[in-house]
Design a binder for this molecule. Structure first.
Ligand code: SAH
Length: 187
């Protein structure tokens, strides 16, 4: 995160530990402490493949890209085209000539369906709250693989869940901290 300058992703109060509204959208960039928690929880190894659902500004995509390095791949998906354009230009301003050389793909589409073209993933991060874990995202986890996802209703009771798939394909879900996210919804 120290290598990923938040000011390249959000102009308003980039160094405050609070969420900020993304201009011309109803989305927000999460607070740095939330991004830190997500990165620590998933902590992909060099060479891993990562899917970031609801990639917004693209900040977390770049953090993941720095973790997975040259052999890794990071896919960011968002359903709002202006946001995927924003993510692409933010990431280009940061990782323009990518020092790590790994692969980053920013896709416009419904993140509830994941992104089968690059599946399966070692790690899936979801940046918007769903009523339940989308089946497609579970299907697209590697064995073993890990997902970090906020579950719960918009404006209601929401928590981060850690969903793991083990080597045999067994799924385990663990409820963690209370949070407040925008909904994972229709465009
Ligand atoms: N993690 C990002 C943005 C978080 S805001 C950041 O910190 O910058 C949540 C994002 O989820 C928004 O950009 C919103 O457009 C996106 N989103 C909501 N529902 C979605 C869906 N069904 N598919 C893809 N993206 C979705």
């Amino acid at each position: 995160m120290l290598e990923t300058d938040r000011a390249l992703y959000i102009r308003q109060n980039p160094y405050e530990d609070s969420p900020q509204p993304i201009p011309n959208s109803r989305a927000t960039i999460s607070a740095p402490h939330m991004h830190a928690l997500s990165l620590c929880e998933l902590l992909p190894e060099p060479g891993a493949s990562v899917l970031d659902v609801g990639c917004g500004t693209g900040y977390l995509v770049s953090c993941f890209a720095r973790l997975v390095g040259v052999q890794g791949i990071v896919v960011g998906i968002d359903h709002i085209p202006t946001l995927t354009d924003l993510a692409r230009s933010n990431i280009a301003s940061d990782l323009g000539v990518r020092e790590t050389g790994g692969k980053i793909e920013i896709v416009t589409g419904d993140g509830r369906l994941g992104y089968p073209a690059a599946a399966p993933y070692d790690a899936i991060h979801v940046g918007a709250a769903a009523p339940r874990v989308p089946d497609a995202l579970i299907d697209q986890l590697k064995m073993p693989g890990k997902m970090y996802i906020p579950l719960g209703e918009a404006g209601g009771d929401q928590h981060m869940w850690v969903v793991t798939k083990d080597r045999t394909g067994k799924i385990t879900k663990k409820k963690t901290i209370g949070v407040r996210y925008v909904p994972l919804t229709d465009a």
